[in-house]
Write a new protein. Sequence first.
Length: 235
Amino acid sequence: AREALAAVEAVLGQLARDDEFHRDLKRPSFDKALKHWTNEERLGLDEANALFDDESYEFQQFIKPGLAKLTRLQAACRAAGVGVPVDAVRKRRTTLFEPKAPPPLTAEDKRRIEKERRAKARQDFEDKIMADLPPREPFSWKKLGRQLAVQLILMAAVMTYFHFVMRPKLADQIKEAEALHRQEEAAKLAEATSFPFSEDGSEDDVAELGPSSEFDDGAHRALYHETREAHSALP
């Protein structure tokens, strides 16, 4: 029985792939002949005789070849003990029975399918990019050694330039900056210790500076007295 059913599905597969047969099946005359042949819609005697007239062009070119192909299916169905699956013929189905509809997708199934779709799209994009790249060169120790030698030479050149050219320049700039700083400090100290004296060495000129003078500070006034004593001790 299983072999007989397989034979029916083999004929169904042949009819499903026959484009000429399905093109003829869409003709109104052949559709009427098929329904009359399967007893789905029987025609009147006169109409049936006119439709199946051997001398008519429609019957010779379309109806007769199509019914001959269906006769092979009818013989296979009779051997398997089933009726002719006209619906399967019209739908180009290759199986005798309608396959069961798949169960509805769950939310988890939809997320999984979307994840797989994105992964495939990303992989296809990466494959396309890699296909456009030139072929990868094989690894070579010799080439790697040359690259390392070039890098070492460049590093040695930079270090030599810094040691013999940049370092002396930086040392000179540091010395110049320190000398300038010492000069500025000496000038500030000389300015701070240069006090005005009157001709007789009195403090009148200091008093005239007023309360806003720098000598109002106690430390500056003490420095003034020390400087005055130093001047008095001079010959």
